[in-house]
Write a protein that binds this ligand. Structure first.
Ligand SMILES: [Zn+2]
Ligand SMILES: [Zn+2]
Length: 255
C-alpha cells in the first residue's frame, strides 16, 4: 500500500509526502521549518516521523527548506550531483547522498525510481515510487514530455502531474516576454494541454488517483486543469484532484 499527500504545490513552495509502511519520504521542501511542521501536522505527521528527503532540483520552491529540515532532524537527503553542486554551501552539514538519475534506490519499504526531465536546472529529476506492486508517478517542473518520461509514468496507479499554466492565460498575462518564453519553453513548465497530451499517450488504465500539481497562481485555474486532464482519461472532472498552494491535498491511498 502507498499513501501520498501534499503539503502545498506551486511556485511559492512544494512538498509531497509519500508513505509505505513505516517509510515516509518528503519529495522537495520549499517551506520554512515552522511552516513545514505545521503543514505536516495537518496530515498527522511530525518531522521526526520522516525517513528522509528527496530533491528534484535546486529551484527555491523545491529546495528552499530541505537542508534546514534535514539538519534539524538528522534526515538523509537524496539528490543528484548536479543539484548538490547547484545547492552549494546551503547543503553544508546535511547528510547528502548523491543518486544517479537513472538508478533505482531502495529506502526501506519504498523503491524509488528517479528519472531525468528537461527543465532549466543543473540535473533535474522526478520520481516514481513503488512498493513492489503499486506505482506512484510524480512529475512537476518539466518543459516537455520525453519518450523516457512517458515510459516511466506509463502504467502507474497514481499520478501527480504538472499542469502549470493555461497557454492562453500565459500569453495574455502581464508577464514580461522573456519570462513567458522561459515558462512555455522546452526547459520550462508543462501547460495544461501538454499534460493532457502526455496522459493520453501513456497507459492510464490502472489509474486510481490523478492529481494536477504546480498550478500557476496567475496563469491557470483549477477547473481548467481538471477539465483537460479529465478529457484525456475520459473521466468526471470532479474525479481529478488539484493540488493547492496553501492546502496541498489530503492523503490519497493506492491499493
Ligand atoms: Zn517548481
Ligand atoms: Zn523548477
Amino acid at each position: 500500500m502507498i499513501r501520498f499527500a501534499s503539503l502545498g504545490s506551486g511556485s511559492s513552495g512544494n512538498a509531497l509526502l509519500v508513505e509505505s509502511g513505516a517509510t515516509r519520504l518528503l519529495v522537495d521542501c520549499g517551506f520554512s521549518l515552522r511552516e513545514t511542521a505545521a503543514r505536516l501536522n495537518r496530515l498527522g505527521v511530525t518531522p521526526g516521523d520522516l525517513t528522509g528527503l528527496l530533491v528534484t532540483h535546486e529551484h527555491s520552491d523545491h529546495i528552499g527548506g530541505v537542508f534546514r529540515l534535514a539538519r534539524r532532524y538528522g534526515l538523509p537527503v537524496w539528490l543528484t550531483y548536479g543539484t548538490l553542486m547547484a545547492a552549494g554551501a546551503a547543503a553544508d552539514g546535511a547528510d547528502c547522498r548523491v543518486i544517479d538519475s537513472h538508478d533505482p534506490l531502495a529506502v526501506n519499504d519504498l523503491e524509488v525510481l528517479p528519472y531525468p526531465v528537461p527543465h532549466d536546472a543543473r540535473e533535474p529529476v522526478q520520481y516514481v515510487f513503488s512498493d513492489g506492486a503499486l506505482r506512484l508517478g510524480v512529475l512537476t517542473d518539466a518543459g516537455e514530455a520525453t519518450a523516457h518520461l512517458r515510459a516511466m509514468l506509463s502504467g502507474c496507479h497514481g499520478l501527480v502531474l504538472e499542469c502549470n499554466h493555461d497557454a492562453r492565460m500565459l500569453a495574455e498575462s502581464a508577464y514580461p516576454p522573456a519570462l513567458k518564453r522561459r515558462i512555455a519553453g522546452r526547459y520550462g513548465h508543462l501547460e495544461n494541454q501538454a499534460a493532457a497530451d502526455l496522459l493520453a499517450s501513456i497507459d492510464a488504465s490502472r489509474l486510481q488517483h490523478l492529481v494536477a500539481a504546480h498550478l500557476s497562481e496567475h496563469n491557470n485555474l483549477p477547473e481548467l486543469a481538471a477539465r483537460v486532464l479529465a478529457a484525456a482519461v475520459n473521466c468526471e472532472e470532479g474525479w481529478v484532484g488539484v493540488a493547492d498552494q496553501a492546502a496541498g491535498f489530503a492523503w490519497r491511498q493506492l491499493g
